[in-house]
Design a protein. Structure first.
Lengths: 284, 657
């Protein structure tokens, strides 16, 4: 079985455990395995925007150095980890001077030989969405699903390159492969408010509220995302506002379609579970 | 032994102040081969030149040195004097003792200047001893001109050349001439109807006895050089006999198949047998072969059945013709930036987000809505329109670095047209700067704002999305420092002007330069704005870069005047200082062929009596060679020399130092 080195990251090891497990179980159903790096640390959670902030690069560089021992690719799920690792990797590959400076701070040496890919890219480019469809045993027929990308998965476009920044389709293509009906809504690449949840929650309420309203207006029944922070902000905002759209990780929906037992998918952790809807649609 | 005369100019006090010209004359007399020397106040004056000519006769001179100003100033003057005195003009050389000596030395004792003048003159004398008399090259000139591109610039050039009495071949890729200007509704700043001013010119081009139109044709190959181009043109199959067709329109009325109209930018359908627009020139339809059921599957043929004069011919094939012309004008025009560049504006996804040319079609009385401004999505009259300028322009990150130049003006025009047609409609314009340089242009924009109520907002738009049948535009107003959100019915993007796809391949065929945006390079941006580095090929219009109609017309006329100058005589006289290959030492490495920026060097075969190729050699075409000397430097076997600047001459000069 194809084994791909995998970086879970802090959030997926703690509060977003369901994101991690559903992805792992789904991978096996599709004929590959994602394998935790034997040792890893926090990615740093923010990519340093000052060019001479070398210290900010060391945490993700350490992750990459560890990944290099495991293979030439590293996949991850959390949008933020993906963003930080991919951008750091690009900086270190392009700027040999920075790479050697960073290496001086670390016990291990990173040579620049790792390719960072998102789980979605693995599905699209290595497995192929047609193969995913073949593995589907419980097609999500008629479920209007809105894919919410947020910022970190796509931007900055030159660095990430996973899809078109303004009009991405990778998640919608996956949803189609699962038999669901993707809902293209205007705010799917807008910001949820991110860390402002800490000190300016009103801004998060406004931005996340816009996202939910926009998806609801287009008839979405479920929102999927690949970012734990987006998921948190959207759910919390919705809890205040009173609407009840399920907001889940795309891997949870993927697991459902691939026929995993819904009890293992961690929906009990979601404030708004999609199970009732799916039972109503007689898909469960 | 040569008989050289040396003439030292005092240039008033310009030279004489720091150079002892008398001493220079004195000293030069001692050099073997010099039979006469003389200094004088103004060599270039009439008495000075008369003196030169007399000296030539009196001393039977066969060569002459004038130690004076830069050859840029008076080389021609003195060479002409030589010629009229009976010696080959290329046996006259200039030693520059003004710009390169007297003007840069301030030693009033004249010592420094005199020593240097002695050196310069002596070197030139030794150089002259190795000179060969040269004869100007005469090149026959074919008086026909080829124009590539039938937009307004090409049409203007064609008409001017034809009116000048020369034959013109106007080649256009699409089925009709007219170009982008034919799509416009009104033109700024006078608001006259575009078609009303363009179509008479189109018809004139069609009827002009000196103009041959070749529409639906493409240039495939260009060979030869100035005055003597051989052009291969593919005349694509129209599947309609041009001789028989009367343009009655029965065929396209009855054709059952429809495709998006290129001319209407997708706002309307056209038939598969079609003319792009009602005023097409020529008014002869073409069949869109890939979409024709008869041509693809052998079923249908309705057009042939209804055609009275039996002009439809499904058997027609492409015809490839070779034409000989003396000059070429390239006027291939522009395109708008494709829509995938504007994800955040929803262009290509949201139906009511359109580009400037689409708006022109909506506003045009011959357009898809008959001149009514209606939304493409539901055909309703929009109550508000947001215009977004610089969509792709001045945006190195996502689009192009340059300013598209015409958008500020046409957007102002759009707001006016909109207000004139929808009286209570409100237009909003997001702009970076308003660039309205041009005669009556600024007044025009002020009119749009002050009389026609366009609301100008300085700032960029971040996103455009649909909500409840409206198009929501979010952007910044940097003058009030606030974020704005406008619920509009329609959005018009002033998308960047870009070069035509394939502009680079055409440039390679022509041997002309282009920039990183694939706009063609003029020879000199200020002083040779319509010439190219390749002699005999001229440029006009937006293939050079964004420009408006008046500029395109001016360039068309400018290129035409260049063509008329070139074709004004049967022969063209060219300077003989061209490169020449030594057949004995050329080893056919072709480094020179690669190095030559003008494609002036050809590979030739030397054959024995049986016709077998025994050697290959580089050969310089004197018609194309400009004498730049690049090949001389590139030649590793030193087989190339530049006439008038041979290695022998240069070494002789150096050795005399």
């Amino acid at each position: 079985m194809l084994k791909i080195p995998y970086y879970p990251g802090c959030t997926l090891s703690t509060v977003a455990k369901e994101f991690d497990t559903s992805a792992k179980d789904s991978a096996i159903k599709m004929g590959f395995e994602i394998e935790d790096l034997p040792q890893w640390n926090c990615c740093g959670a923010t990519f340093p925007l000052t060019p001479d902030n070398i210290m900010g690069l060391t945490a993700p560089a350490k992750v990459l150095a560890g990944a290099e021992k495991a293979g030439d690719t590293l996949t991850t799920l959390c949008s933020v980890c993906y963003n930080v690792l991919k951008r750091t990797n690009r900086v270190l590959k392009d700027d040999k001077e920075k790479l050697s400076t960073v290496n001086e701070f670390m016990e291990e040496e990173y040579a620049g030989g790792v390719e960072v890919t998102h789980y979605l890219e693995v599905l699209r480019d290595q497995i192929g969405f047609t193969k995913v469809t073949e593995a589907v045993s419980r097609p999500l027929k008629g479920v209007k699903t809105a894919a919410y990308y947020g910022c970190m998965l796509l931007r900055p476009f030159e660095d990430m390159g996973i899809d078109r920044a303004e009009a991405p389709t990778i998640m919608e293509d996956l949803l189609k492969a699962l038999g669901a009906t993707p809902v293209f809504f205007p705010d799917r690449v807008e910001c949820c408010g991110a860390h402002l949840a800490m000190d300016k929650p009103d801004i998060v309420s406004k931005l996340s509220g816009n996202v939910i309203d926009s998806a609801a207006r287009e008839g979405a029944e479920i929102i999927v995302t690949s970012c734990p922070l987006c998921q948190y902000n959207l759910e919390n905002t919705q809890a205040e506002s009173g609407s009840a759209l399920p907001i889940v990780y795309f891997t949870q929906i993927l697991g459902l379609a691939l026929g995993q037992d819904e009890k293992t998918l961690g929906f009990e952790k979601n404030k708004f579970s999609p199970l009732a809807l799916l039972r109503y649609k007689e898909l469960l | 032994m040569s008989r050289i005369g040396v003439f030292i100019c005092q240039c008033g006090t310009n030279i004489a102040d720091t150079v002892d010209t008398e001493k220079v004359a004195e000293e030069m007399k001692k050099i073997p081969g010099v039979v006469h020397t003389q200094d004088y106040k103004f060599m270039c004056s009439s008495p000075g030149q008369k003196m030169l000519k007399e000296a030539v006769k009196k001393h039977r001179l066969d060569g002459m040195i004038v130690s004076a100003c830069s050859p840029h100033m008076h080389e021609k003057t003195f060479r002409r004097a030589c010629e009229s005195a009976g010696i080959n003009p290329y046996m006259c050389e200039i030693a520059n003792i003004r710009e390169q000596c007297s003007w840069v030395h301030h030693d009033k004792t004249k010592e420094t200047g005199t020593v240097k003048s002695l050196d310069l003159t002596r070197m030139t004398i030794e150089r002259l001893k190795k000179n060969q008399p040269l004869k100007p090259n005469k090149i026959p000139v074919n008086k026909r001109a080829l124009i590539i591109g039938g937009g307004i610039a090409g049409i203007q050039a064609a008409l001017d050349i034809a009116d000048g009495g020369r034959e013109v071949l106007l080649v256009e890729k699409t089925p009709s001439i007219g170009g982008n200007m034919a799509k416009l509704s009104e033109t700024f700043p006078t608001m006259d109807c575009s078609q009303c001013i363009l179509t008479p010119k189109m018809v004139e081009a069609e009827l002009h006895e000196n103009i041959t139109l070749m529409t639906y044709s493409e240039v495939e190959k260009i060979e030869g050089f100035i005055g003597n181009f051989r052009v291969t043109i593919r005349k694509k199959a129209r599947y309609v006999n041009e001789e028989l067709c009367t343009g009655c329109g029965d065929c396209w009325d009855k054709c059952p198949f429809k495709q998006d109209s290129e001319f209407e930018h997708g706002l309307k359908k056209r038939k598969v047998i079609y003319t792009p627009f009602p005023q097409s020139v020529p008014n002869i339809p073409v069949i869109d072969a890939p979409n024709c059921a008869m041509l693809q599957k052998g079923k249908c043929g309705v057009c042939a059945k209804v055609c009275g004069p039996k002009a439809v011919d499904f058997e027609q094939k492409d015809i490839v013709v070779e034409e000989k012309v003396g000059a070429i004008v390239v006027a291939t025009g522009y395109d708008l930036m494709p829509n995938e560049h504007f994800g955040e504006y929803g262009y290509g996804r949201i139906k009511d987000v359109i580009n400037g040319l689409q708006f022109e079609r909506l506003a045009s009385s011959s357009g898809p809505t008959g001149g009514k401004i209606l939304r493409p999505s539901d055909g309703k009259e929009p109550q508000s329109i947001v215009f977004i300028q610089c969509a792709g322009s001045r945006d190195e990150k996502k689009g192009v670095s340059y300013c598209s130049k015409i958008c500020c003006m046409y957007t102002a025009k759009h707001t006016m047209l909109y207000r004139h047609k929808v009286h209570d409609g409100q237009s909003y314009v997001f702009y970076m700067d308003i660039r309205s340089g041009g005669k009556r242009y600024e007044e025009f924009v002020r009119g749009a704002i002050e009389k026609d109520g366009a609301m100008y907002l300085r700032g960029r738009v971040s996103r455009v999305y649909e909500k409840d049948g409206k198009v929501i535009v979010q952007g910044a107003d940097t003058l009030s420092d606030s974020q704005v959100e406008i619920e509009a019915d329609m959005v018009v993007l002033a998308t960047a002007l870009v070069s035509r796809p394939g502009a680079d391949t055409l440039a390679q065929k022509l041997g002309i330069g282009y920039d990183k945006h694939k706009f063609y390079n003029e020879y000199h941006p200020k002083l040779k704005p319509v010439e190219t580095v390749t002699a005999g090929i001229f440029l006009a219009g937006t293939c050079l870069g964004p420009m408006d109609v008046p500029e395109s017309v001016a360039q068309g006329s400018a290129a035409a005047s260049k063509v008329l100058v070139l074709t004004s005589s049967d022969e063209m006289i060219k300077d003989p200082t061209t490169a020449i290959v030594n057949d004995f030492t050329c080893n056919a490495c072709w480094d020179c062929v690669v190095a030559c920026p003008y494609s002036a060097i050809e590979k030739t075969d030397i054959k024995d009596r049986e016709g077998n190729v025994i050697r290959r050699l580089a050969h310089v075409n004197d018609g194309v060679c400009t004498g730049c000397g690049t090949c001389v430097a590139a030649c590793r076997s030193k087989a190339i020399d530049l006439k008038g600047y041979t290695d022998e001459q240069v070494y002789a000069a150096i050795n005399a130092f």
